[in-house]
Design a protein around this ligand. Structure first.
Ligand code: SAH
Length: 347
């Protein structure tokens, strides 16, 4: 993909090995790592000798994306960025402002190959994986542009994070590093459509991040019709991976359920969802949490959004059956804030 060395994806020990291979003293890594991670351009890292800065600037990759387009919601101040990568590809990030701090929704791939029927990100397939530094770079670029500190990260932008597993795990180590941005794992959520073997692999790493599962249906027939990934790993395998994940990490899992009018939003669907989740987790002590999302209508797809009242009713039914359910606020509804819509309209 790129011939240039990607310093921004290196952890301090790797940076040290790289710099010593250039004949530099070890301590340069300690000087360089925090500055790379906070997005200081290499040419401005003043505690490094000028010759070294020039060499690194010329010979290494600059993976920090630039702002190609920016939309600010008049309703709630949500900012949607279309970022341009070093090779000209574009991705999206969304900065959401909450009372408890700012959350950035980041992309993990250029495009996506999972094929979920309601999702704009996957319509043209996957172009490539993002480097760890390009995932991190979205936080750096959004912070620089907005002047706002990002305190929470959700991996719910373009792409399937578990389809880019190694780079995502490395990104998590970088962003959490005490000498870097130092964002706690508990402030990071990772959302997956259900790549079951990778959920098991993630559980082994035992990171205290929040795992979100895009469930969206209660039967295999219904789920396979909107999420092709279900043909590979069905609901039973997915929920059993979730239960092992909970047992291994002790972290509760949050389930995403996109309400699509006429497809999965009836009273019977609500009861089936409650039954499915409570029986999967029975005896584990895990609290069950469902985030209900009203589908963002994507022009090419034509799925319809249920009314607010019927979404609230669906939540009430879940709550009455022992599942904590909330209807997600629709931030940035005036700026195409749903996954992948801006990248498509720009291409
Ligand atoms: N690939 C990951 C993360 C990216 S999608 C995953 O599938 O979880 C983030 C969330 O947005 C997922 O729950 C996804 O199903 C949902 N989503 C995608 N398109 C949507 C749309 N048009 N309306 C509402 N939610 C959507």
């Amino acid at each position: 993909m790129t011939e240039k060395t990607d310093l921004y994806s290196m952890l301090p020990s790797e940076l040290e090995a790289y710099l010593t291979s250039l004949g530099e003293p070890k301590f340069r890594a300690k000087q360089l790592f925090p500055r790379l991670q906070d997005g200081t351009p290499i040419s401005e890292i003043s505690n490094l000798p000028k010759a070294l800065r020039e060499r690194l600037s010329a010979e290494t990759l600059n993976p920090i994306p630039t702002v190609e387009k920016k939309l600010v919601s008049k309703i709630d101040g949500t900012v949607k960025y279309l970022f341009k990568l070093y090779d000209g590809e574009c991705i999206e990030s969304v900065l959401m402002k909450y009372k408890h701090g700012n959350t950035l929704c980041v992309s993990s791939q250029v495009g996506c190959r999972m094929g979920c029927r309601f999702c704009a990100s996957t319509l043209a397939g996957r172009v490539r994986n993002l480097l760890p530094s390009e995932i991190l770079g979205q936080i750096i670029a959004a912070t620089r542009d907005s002047g706002e500190r990002v305190s929470n990260v959700v991996m719910m932008g373009i792409g399937e994070p578990l389809d880019n597993f190694d780079n995502v795990v490395r990104f998590l180590a970088l962003v959490n590093h005490a000498d870097g941005l130092n964002i706690g794992y508990r402030h990071i959520s990772l959302s997956t459509c259900g790549v079951v073997p990778k959920i098991h692999e993630l559980a082994e790493l035992d990171l205290p991040i929040t795992l979100s599962i895009s469930l969206h249906a209660t039967t295999d027939e219904q789920r396979s019709a909107i999420m092709p990934v279900n043909n590979k790993w069905n609901i039973e395998e997915l929920l059993s991976a979730c239960v092992s994940y909970y047992k291994k990490t002790g972290r509760r899992i949050s389930f995403e359920y996109t309400l699509i009018h006429g497809k999965n939003d009836t009273e019977a669907d609500a009861y089936a969802l409650a039954r499915l989740l409570t029986s999967a987790f029975r005896g584990t002590g895990a609290p069950i949490h469902v985030n209900l999302i009203r589908v963002n209508e994507v022009a090419e797809i034509g799925f319809k959004n249920p009314s607010t009242e019927s979404a609230n009713k669906f939540a009430e039914l879940l709550n009455s059956r022992g599942c904590v359910a909330t209807v997600r606020r629709r931030l940035g509804s005036d700026i195409e804030a749903a996954c992948g819509q801006l990248r498509r309209s720009n291409s």
